[in-house]
Write a protein that binds this ligand. Structure first.
Ligand SMILES: Nc1ncnc2c1ncn2[C@@H]1O[C@H](COP(=O)(O)OP(=O)(O)OP(=O)(O)O)[C@@H](O)[C@H]1O
Ligand SMILES: [Mg+2]
Length: 442
């Protein structure tokens, strides 16, 4: 069974739209970037704020300057959530001559490798989500560290890293987007920064990146909504509270199945599997108006029916439903992918045994999926056919978990989310198939 989960840009926006834009010479570095460059001389130097605000690029320049004269007697490390993320977000840009000119030639290494050589110094590239990475750090003396997206690094890992930086003049440079105000980085460090003599931080907003055009800023402002707008665009540390889909409006989002527009494709069926909980299947189509439509839903709720089904029975009922017409007009479209909750191993085996084609694991990045769904809803690019009763019932009640929020984590409450999960799976996993058609900024 193949896994369709692909690496995609961290944000909804890709770098490509920004790189290569002509810049006025006077604007090459913004005042904030210059301030950071001149004054980032403390042990720990953090850049936090809006997406695309120029944090990474200036911190990478600072990192190169640091590496050129880094203290000896310890290792240099670059750390991100995964090693891949470090290569994609940091070393990739460093190797880009359009950004770093001749210095790019001095950044030597192949994408994904465990080390990179910068100005002749070997630098370890570590992914904090890799269990082995913490052990590696434990054994090290660190002379310098670059950390991509500090908030996604486990706190213990970060604490361990600080503890290893025992070389005199050792420094850490790190970037982050805002997260919850209870996140450890905010509560334990940024909120106390006045008292932390060896820490400095800089707050960046879109205005601090001289390369962004007004039209680009306008378009990314439209792509984010609610919580994400405040965090990623305004750069505020705000808590995830209350309704997750607070933009949900039945009048705007529900559409009669009978009057669905013609579909270009049926992108896939997203399946959330439960034995005691509900099992759901949500079918997503790409309309000829370049919007997404949740066209149909199948749902079996064992609790409600007071009868648990076997995997074979669930598969049978789901396949019976899949064979039925899903659109109100004659068509020959078939769902392209069957996208299953990655945890439902036994059920995937069952579907394959029953001859279901194109069964793949769902992308189960919950927060990314929620954010994407929220953007689609708020821009009117996702409509739900009135046949999708479970989705329609669950959407308004779907809420953030207060207990997790208090601990600085963003988590949805795990109640009444079965149809929403099926929907989220199919939306996120087929993103590369609809991305070029559905314009979130229009
Ligand atoms: N001074 C500059 N000159 C030229 N291009 C710049 C400058 N600052 C930023 N950019 C470009 O703007 C884009 C966004 O900058 P950068 O990646 O540093 O943002 P960021 O704050 O790290 O964003 P995110 O939070 O999304 O990671 C990059 O493609 C970068 O090349
Ligand atoms: Mg960045």
């Amino acid at each position: 069974m193949s896994n369709a989960v692909m690496e995609r840009p961290k944000n909804l926006i890709t770098n490509d739209r920004v790189v290569g834009q002509p810049l006025k010479p006077a604007d090459v570095i913004s005042a904030k970037q210059l301030h950071f460059l001149r004054h980032s001389t403390t042990r720990v130097n953090v850049l936090e704020g809006s997406i695309r605000s120029g944090k990474t690029i200036i911190s990478l320049l600072r990192w190169i300057i640091f590496v050129a004269r880094a203290p000896l007697g310890g290792e240099l490390v670059m750390i991100g959530r995964t090693r891949d993320a470090v290569w994609r977000n940091c070393i990739g840009p460093l190797q880009n001559a359009a950004l770093f000119g001749k210095i790019a030639d001095q950044v030597i290494g192949n994408y994904g490798a465990p080390t990179v050589r910068i100005l002749g110094r070997v630098i370890h590239v570590l992914g904090a989500s890799d269990a082995k990475a913490e052990k590696v750090i434990r054994g090290m003396t660190v002379a310098g560290a670059y950390v991509d997206e500090i908030t996604v690094i486990p706190e213990e890992f970060f604490t361990q890293l600080l503890g290893r930086m025992s070389v005199p003049r050792a420094k850490l440079f790190g970037t982050s987007n805002p997260d919850s105000p209870s996140h450890w980085l905010k509560r334990k460090f940024l909120d106390r920064i006045a008292k932390l003599a060896d820490w400095s931080s800089w707050h960046f907003t879109l205005e601090d990146n001289p390369a962004l055009t007004e039209s680009y800023k306008t378009s990314i402002r439209q792509e984010f909504t609610g919580l994400w707008y405040r965090r990623f665009i305004l750069g505020e540390w705000v808590a995830a509270e209350g309704a997750i889909y607070d933009m949900w409006d039945p009048k705007q989002h529900i559409t009669p199945w009978d009057s669905l527009p013609p579909m270009q494709r049926l992108l896939g069926v997203g399946i959330d599997y439960g034995t005691t909980n509900a099992s759901t299947a949500l079918l997503l189509g790409l309309g000829d108006d370049n919007r997404l439509y949740m066209v149909d839903e199948w749902r079996y709720d064992a609790k409600q029916a007071q009868l648990r089904l076997t995997d074979a029975q669930i598969s049978q009922r789901m396949r019976d439903w899949m064979d039925q017409p899903h659109l109100p007009y004659v068509n020959s479209l078939k769902p392209e992918w069957t996208i299953v909750d990655p945890a439902a191993a036994s059920f995937k085996v069952q579907l394959a045994a029953d001859g279901v084609n194109n069964v793949i694991n769902a992308d189960n990045n919950v927060l990314y999926g929620i954010r994407t769904t929220a953007s689609l809803l708020s821009t009117g690019k996702l409509l739900i056919a009135d046949r999708c009763e479970g989705f329609i019932q669950e959407a308004p009640a779907y809420s953030w978990d207060d207990k997790a929020t208090a601990k600085g984590e963003d988590k949805p409450l795990k109640v009444g989310d079965h149809s929403l999960d099926g929907g989220r799976y199919v939306i996120t996993t087929t993103e590369s198939n609809w991305r070029d058609y559905v314009d979130l900024a229009a």
